[in-house]
Ligand binder design. Structure first.
Ligand SMILES: CN1c2c(nc(N)[nH]c2=O)NC[C@@H]1CNc1ccc(C(=O)N[C@@H](CCC(=O)N[C@@H](CCC(=O)N[C@@H](CCC(=O)O)C(=O)O)C(=O)O)C(=O)O)cc1
Ligand SMILES: N[C@@H](CCS)C(=O)O
Ligand SMILES: [Zn+2]
Length: 751
């Protein structure tokens, strides 16, 4: 029995990677500095995992930006437009774009997580070649001090996640497999005994096309001179893919026994006994301490039937999705803290379980007792349940969210808002400048008092409103300066949530989030956003949008309690947001946006669970937004473009206006939107994830595409997402170009 992980957080304890990347991009630090930080981070990850008692440590799980991009580069998938570039310049151009340069790769969510990966671009007749030695180097680096297992993204998942205009990416599999075979040979000759090959497509519902590709792949890779393969999938049960997995010619299989506990018995029956099983019993997606006794029972069930030398104890998935260490949390309530385990604490749990499995429960008696106590205390804690909240939440039913028809609402809204055709707006946030962040940091440290901080935020709002007036936007926002993050900000104010000091998790590249911890019943104590929204509205005659995060997004981007169905938790958040929407309307705001940026990402991977999820997700949104009058215009926003499969649910949200990401994919989302009654739609025309500043002609072209596929009187013009990551020097010209482009197309339509 050996203890292992599938991957470790890359960003470092103090977000060292973020700082190293951003200073490299700004030209302050050299490539050598960046590589030195990366190498130090990999060494620290290895040392930490070994010191925690892990027997096998993964390598190659580190990435400077994204592991899907790394894999694409390793096999030579480089779009033609980057052909003139090499090395890190090419790498980051593909990841983020360059000013005045080619557009970067698209970015999308890694399965149902808040981690974004880049989308490799394939062409017909795509040639592959082994072109990057990163895996080999990381293996050499890691194996110097102990047993290391290289991690590779599998060929089927790589192709499945890639863009292949007009053809099936899996058609290219035969050309790709020899490159993987070469890579495996190289790793073998460097000494790698095992390679972890991640094929999370196996968490998707079984389909013949993927299954055939997986069969073809692992048959082709079943040659003698290669390392043994540990095939992993995670985030959902293998389900109907289990029969396939059980018969693939690989030497080991990982099971996510947290999200796929139902796989265990069939896996034991079907996976041949001579294969290694990796038992993912520690939750790699959430922050609750593992119920060690329960996990040990699971491991024992397997150990009773299998040779222990062929078992691994592991987290359910890579630890990429949880913060690094609880060691940096000094302000968390001690009771709540005692319930938690971040990545480093999870390493300890894995090592303990492996010890308990080898030497018996007696060898970990102390740890089991503490774990039992935590489980019992959490279940009995008065912090978790509040009957008053529960009674109030139960009182909301379909009557509470019924609004009049869109047509009736639109008439009322047109009368009060008096907007032009193709109204222009933004998604909510304006640049989080150094001044804003420093004011917040000073306030946190106690060197700026609350009055001073509030004034700094009001100044930022005034600046944003004046800028929007000057630029000529039609519906304004206050700019969200007071929000460290669109979810954490609400987590700080709602009962039932706790926030961390340093619980950072990578979202994309150098960008991180600090998901709040939703541990108990949720309610709103006080108005959370009304003051600044009212202040912003007082500065302009144009309508200002109140700005809130929706219940599904708050739920999805928090670490959520696992002691009740998500539906019940989401409803509680919905009622709290409803109170805020109503307060904004009462305070005079005529437009309120309730972002559901995470709705698509929250869609369960298993098709059988989707309808139920979509029902309660839609109900939650409608509870949140259904308390206002007809003339109040409800906007929502989603910054994840893959939603052709949830269009009916998006329609059922019945928002008056929805803004959606579209720019990086050349408005291809419009083909899904057309044919649906989505009321009014704002397909994003400005890709805010890139430092590129779009020009007016490019934006006008995208707006023309939009009005060709959707009735012009229902089209809005806006960026893809919030502007918090950009600088005013870029935002200002980009939004001026956006307003000018809207005017140009408006004039064309009037002819
Ligand atoms: C829309 N997106 C979001 C997602 N998930 C969320 N939870 N929130 C989102 O907005 N998922 C999908 C996308 C992902 N997009 C982004 C975009 C931008 C960021 C980002 O910029 N993150 C920031 C961190 C934001 C934050 O919390 N800032 C704090 C400052 C924290 C800080 O740096 N503190 C310093 C201390 C400073 C001092 O004391 O001197 C420190 O801790 O060292 C704030 O504003 O107060 C980032 O920098 O990565 C994320 C996702
Ligand atoms: N209102 C938020 C939405 C991001 S998804 C923002 O503008 O940053
Ligand atoms: Zn967004």
């Amino acid at each position: 029995m050996q203890a292992t992980t599938l991957g470790y957080p890359r960003i470092g304890r103090a977000r060292d990677l973020k700082r190293a990347l951003e200073s490299f991009w700004s030209g302050e630090r050299s490539e050598a500095d960046l590589e030195a930080t990366a190498s130090r981070l990999r060494a620290t990850a290895r040392d930490t995992q070994r010191a925690a008692g892990l027997d096998v440590v993964p390598c190659g799980d580190f990435s400077l930006y994204d592991h899907v991009l790394d894999t694409a580069l390793a096999v030579g998938i480089v779009p033609e437009r980057f052909a003139g570039l090499t090395g890190l310049r090419r790498y980051f151009a593909m990841a983020r774009g360059e000013k005045g340069g080619a557009a970067p790769l698209e970015m999308t969510k890694w399965f149902d997580t808040n981690y974004h990966h880049l989308v490799p671009e394939l062409v017909r007749g795509q040639r592959f070649q082994l072109s990057d030695a990163a895996q080999l180097l990381s293996y050499r680096e890691a194996s110097a001090g102990g047993v290391a297992r290289p991690v590779l993204l599998g060929p089927v998942t790589l192709l499945h996640l890639s863009k292949a205009p007009g053809f099936d990416p899996l058609d290219l599999l035969d050309g790709l497999l020899p490159v993987y075979a070469n890579l495996l040979r190289v790793l073998k000759s460097a000494g790698a005994d095992w390679v972890q090959i991640d094929e999370p497509v196996l968490a998707l519902d079984a389909n013949e096309r993927l299954q055939a590709a997986l069969r073809r792949t692992y048959d082709a890779l079943a040659f003698e001179q290669r390392p043994k393969l540990l095939l992993t999938s995670y985030f959902a049960p293998l389900g109907d893919n289990l029969d396939l997995v059980a018969t693939l010619p690989v030497e080991g299989v990982h099971l996510d026994l947290v999200h796929g506990a139902a796989d265990l018995q069939p896996a034991l029956a079907k996976i041949p006994a001579d294969k290694v099983l990796s038992l993912g019993v520690v939750d790699g997606r959430n922050v609750w301490r593992c119920d060690l006794r329960r996990a040990l029972t699971t491991i024992r069930t397997v150990a009773d039937r299998r040779d222990a030398s062929r078992l691994l104890v592991a987290p359910s998935c890579s630890l990429l999705h949880v913060p690094v260490s609880l060691g940096r949390e000094h302000r968390l309530d001690p009771e709540l803290k005692s319930w938690l385990a971040f990545a480093d604490e999870k390493l300890g749990e894995i090592a303990t379980l492996s010890k308990g499995a080898v030497y018996g429960a007696g060898a970990i008696e102390q740890e089991l007792r503490v774990s039992d106590l935590v489980v019992a205390c959490r279940a009995a804690s008065s912090r978790v349940r509040n009957e008053t909240i529960r009674a109030r939440v139960r009182s909301f039913d379909a009557k509470s969210w019924k609004r009049k028809s869109y047509d009736a609402r639109a008439t009322a809204q047109r009368a009060t808002l008096a907007l032009p055709l193709l109204p222009t707006t933004t998604i909510g946030s304006f640049p989080q400048t150094d001044d804003i962040r420093q004011a917040r940091a000073a306030h946190r440290r106690g060197t700026l008092d609350t009055a001073g901080y509030d004034q700094a935020m009001r100044d930022a709002v005034a600046y944003a409103v004046a800028a929007q007036e000057d630029i000529g936007l039609d519906v304004l926002v206050h700019g969200e300066p007071e929000r460290n993050d669109m979810v954490e900000f609400f987590g700080e104010q709602l009962d039932g949530f706790a926030v961390t000091e340093a619980g950072w998790v990578q979202s994309y590249g150098s960008r991180c989030v600090k998901p709040p911890i939703l541990f108990g019943d949720v309610q709103r104590r006080n108005a959370m956003t009304v003051d600044l929204a009212v202040y912003a509205q007082s500065l302009s005659k144009k309508p200002v949008k109140g700005m809130l995060t929706g219940p599904v997004t708050i739920l999805k981007w928090s670490f959520v309690r696992d002691d009740q169905p998500l539906e019940a938790t989401c409803r509680q958040i919905a009622v709290a947001i409803r109170d805020e929407v109503i307060d904004l309307e009462r305070a005079g705001l005529r437009v309120v946006q309730v972002d559901e940026a995470a709705l698509r990402e929250a869609l369960p991977l298993e098709a059988s669970q989707r309808a139920n999820f979509l029902r309660w997700a839609v109900e939650s949104f409608r509870i949140a937004t259904g308390g206002v009058g007809d003339a109040t215009q409800i906007h929502t926003h989603m910054c994840y473009a893959e939603f052709s499969d949830i269009m009916a649910a998006i329609e059922a949200l019945d928002a008056d206006v929805i803004s959606i990401e579209a720019a990086r994919s050349d408005m291809s989302i419009l083909s899904s939107v057309a044919g649906h009654r989505l009321n009014e739609v704002g397909p994003g025309v400005y890709d805010i994830h890139s430092p590129r500043v779009p020009d007016e002609a490019e934006l006008a072209g995208l707006i023309r595409t939009a009005v060709r596929s959707y009735a012009p009187e229902r089209v809005w013009v806006n960026p893809d997402c919030g502007l918090k990551t950009r600088a005013w020097r870029d935002v200002d010209p980009a939004l001026r170009a956006l307003v000018a482009a809207a005017k140009t197309v408006r004039a064309e339509l009037a002819q």
